[in-house]
Ligand binder design. Sequence first.
Ligand SMILES: CC(=O)SCCNC(=O)CCNC(=O)[C@H](O)C(C)(C)COP(=O)(O)OP(=O)(O)OC[C@H]1O[C@@H](n2cnc3c(N)ncnc32)[C@H](O)[C@@H]1OP(=O)(O)O
Length: 413
Amino acid sequence: MVDIRTLEDADVADWTRALSTGFLRNPVVGEEELAYRRSFLDLNRTLGAFDKGRCVATFRSFPQELTAVGGAPVRADAISNVTVSPTHRRRGLLGRMMAADLDAAKERGDTVATLIAAEYPIYGRYGFGPATWTTQWEIDVPRTGLDPRWSGPECGGRIDLVDGADVRKLGPELHERLRARQHGAIDRDERWWKANTGALPYPNHPWTEPHYATYRAPDGELQGLVVYAADDNWNDNKQPQNTATVRGLDAVTPAAERALWQYVASIDWITKVRTGYRAPDDLLPDVFPDPRAARVTSHADWLWVRILDVVRAMEARTYQGGGSLVLDVVDPAGYTGGRFRLEAGPEGASCTPTKDGAELTLDVRELASLWLGDASAVRLAALGMVTEERAGAAAAADALLRTSRRPWCPDIF
Ligand SMILES: CC(=O)SCCNC(=O)CCNC(=O)[C@H](O)C(C)(C)COP(=O)(O)OP(=O)(O)OC[C@H]1O[C@@H](n2cnc3c(N)ncnc32)[C@H](O)[C@@H]1OP(=O)(O)O
């Protein structure tokens, strides 16, 4: 029998080797990588599966805050580093590790669990649903229609180049404001800021220093930050054809978002901009006079959510309109299923167990996709993924649950 348990310090090297094997990376683990792992691994929340003493599967979780619709942070069990060695696949090891972790999360009182899925078909069976999506664009700069004489924001705001140390000081507070206004966003710890500004480079991944630029409003308030790197590419006719790759763009106002995209697309020599993973309804393509200059290069599900406590999750978010809806939530794993009446208004919401007749029956997985405001119950009903017990209930759910801007998680974990 393969033993699944939390790690002891002596297991970390073997666990890291198994992790690298599962992710098809170099399985030889150097001292530097080991020290890096040890610096943040919470062994109480790091699981390994051991067969004859050798680690053959990995799983880790950590505490996270996820922004609900309306800006409140909810406690999440963030899951990462999930692997099962190819020698031990399809014997139920992931299922056993997931059950152990979700049991512990439920016991702790976490409202949801979250993850970024490597492959779409893996996590639905554990009650996770895709809750945010992401889009990458490639911008053909000469086609944007931007005025080549542009020299900074017209509104009187300003853009300044800063360095990594400045970003470590300014960035965390800016991000706190961003996540309070962006449902689907998650918190970033100090390690995130160090890792993303070169102060804590990931072993085996050579760091290249990017450019950092901030946007300040006319009154001097910091409202945005863009991080980008550029290549060095000239054609045979001695014309610059450089590509800027955006590593991140955090904006807390539309003015900052517009100005920073305009800035990146106006840098001399840059003829192409790769945007990185953006919100699917980013202002991006439409900030240009010719939005067709931006071509979608990928569009996919991003953050997956597993609701562990329906009452707390539904009461944590806000609702644009008012109304009442009885949901029959099916949760085969038994964490949070049942029938609930959701009563919502602009001042707040209550979600209480009820014996009233259900209007909509759905798996906890579909509720997760609806919870962050992105999915449409009408569409899910058309797909046979939710059942209307009362005609019109799906449309009523959409009126209650959907949001005018889409959820977005800017980070990967
Ligand atoms: C949050 C993250 O870390 S995402 C990263 C996930 N890791 C990877 O993708 C690395 C490569 N893949 C792996 O390591 C493994 O294949 C894992 C972890 C995805 C699955 O591990 P396994 O131990 O094989 O899963 P397990 O045997 O518990 O499977 C449970 C069920 O999921 C299904 N399943 C597992 N992986 C997949 C997959 N990639 N695609 C489709 N179905 C899958 C199994 O067939 C099984 O179905 P069943 O319940 O109908 O029998």
